[in-house]
Design a protein around this ligand. Structure first.
Ligand code: NAP
Length: 194
């Protein structure tokens, strides 16, 4: 665990489904390309996704996720309705009240936002939603693991995963569920590379 400091909370994971050409959302934050029908019923959810959900204590999303989530069944739409915990949204422009009481806004930058999510998780793990905030968290050395599902689609345009520097990864699980490639990595910190 690196997160916001030793002993400060559980693992911080960026969990994302990505098109083969590296987009996490389509043009105008379109998410219609994401389909639960990709998951064959008999196989269930990807094993890394089940593990993420099993230890999940809080979600930290960016304002981009928040805006897109309004049209995606809101909090009920998260993990197909299997998550009911706190959701924190990082923004410079908090609204007087979020559209759902399970959501709270956080301001002040990525470090306090991850710390607030860890506090809300009460020792359980934190998941990051969104590309921009995940890139910032990676740059600030706040991400322990990345779980990515590569979807069988090329989008050509949209919100791309753009990181700010080289990040080395250690594979923990490389598999697939139906047509999804399931990739689970540990982020190698400067200390662990020595
Ligand atoms: N494929 C997937 O698995 C998956 C999962 C989750 C979300 N998504 C999608 O991914 C897209 C994410 O879009 P994105 O990467 O552009 O946005 P994002 O990371 O969700 O949010 C970016 C926004 O968060 C706020 N923000 C970012 N850094 C901040 C900081 N340091 N301090 C305060 N506020 C900060 C800013 O909003 P303000 O302007 O309000 O300050 C910024 O515009 C959405 O379409 C979402 O639906 C995909």
């Amino acid at each position: 665990m690196h997160g916001t400091g030793e002993g400060s909370g559980g693992t911080v994971r960026w969990h994302v489904t990505m098109s083969l050409d590296g987009f996490v959302a389509g043009t105008d934050h379109d998410m219609s390309w994401m389909s639960l029908n990709w998951l064959p019923r008999q196989e269930g959810w990807p094993e890394p996704a089940e593990r993420v959900l099993g230890s999940l204590g809080a979600i930290l999303g960016g304002r981009g996720w928040y805006e897109a989530s309004r049209s995606l069944n809101g909090v009920e739409g998260i993990y197909g309705g299997r998550y009911d915990g706190p959701v924190l949204v990082l923004t410079h422009h908090p609204e007087p009240a979020p559209y759902d009481p399970r959501i709270s806004f956080v301001t002040g930058g990525i470090e306090p936002a991850v710390a607030a999510a860890q506090a809300a998780a009460h020792g359980r793990d934190v998941v990051l939603f969104g590309a921009d905030i995940a890139a910032q968290a990676l740059a600030a050395d706040l991400v322990d693991e990345i779980v990515v599902h590569t979807a069988p689609v090329l989008l050509g345009a949209g919100v791309r995963l753009t990181v700010h520097e080289r990040v080395e990864l250690e594979p923990l699980h490389l598999g697939h569920t139906g047509p999804l490639a399931d990739l689970h990595y540990r982020v190698r910190t400067a200390a662990s590379r020595q």
